[in-house]
Design a protein around this ligand. Structure first.
Ligand code: SF4
Length: 109
């Protein structure tokens, strides 16, 4: 006597899915060394045209690269991070994607 439905006959959407492993939390220890760590968000969350002051401030920050990388990987689209405005990060991300695509095409030739 068959008590359970064999796996083969279960509709795929009804099968138990193995949950994806949790994503590791990003390392944010660099924030403790940020030049802006004791500042409010106002300077960094102006629109792009008023971002000059924030970008100048970022230019002397020792964790600029980590900050930019964090904003890119966390898909933060607003404010100045790592010396770039949201618009600049978007075009930077597109340039990187285009370059990667070109490399793939060249490697495939
Ligand atoms: S790069 Fe700019 S926004 Fe990023 S931590 Fe440094 S001062 Fe702050």
């Amino acid at each position: 006597m068959l008590l359970t439905t064999p796996e083969r006959f279960i509709v795929p959407s009804k099968r138990k899915r193995v949950p994806a492993p949790p994503k590791p939390k990003p390392d944010v220890s660099w924030m403790l060394r940020a030049a802006c760590r004791n500042m409010g968000p106002d300077l960094f969350h102006n629109d792009d045209r008023k971002a000059r002051g924030a970008k100048a401030f970022c230019s002397g920050c020792e964790v600029k690269e980590e900050c930019l990388n964090y904003a890119l990987t966390q898909h933060i689209h607003e404010g100045v991070w790592g010396g770039m405005t949201g618009t600049e990060r978007q075009s930077y991300r597109r340039r990187i994607a285009r370059r990667k695509a070109l490399n793939v095409v060249q490697m495939g030739d």
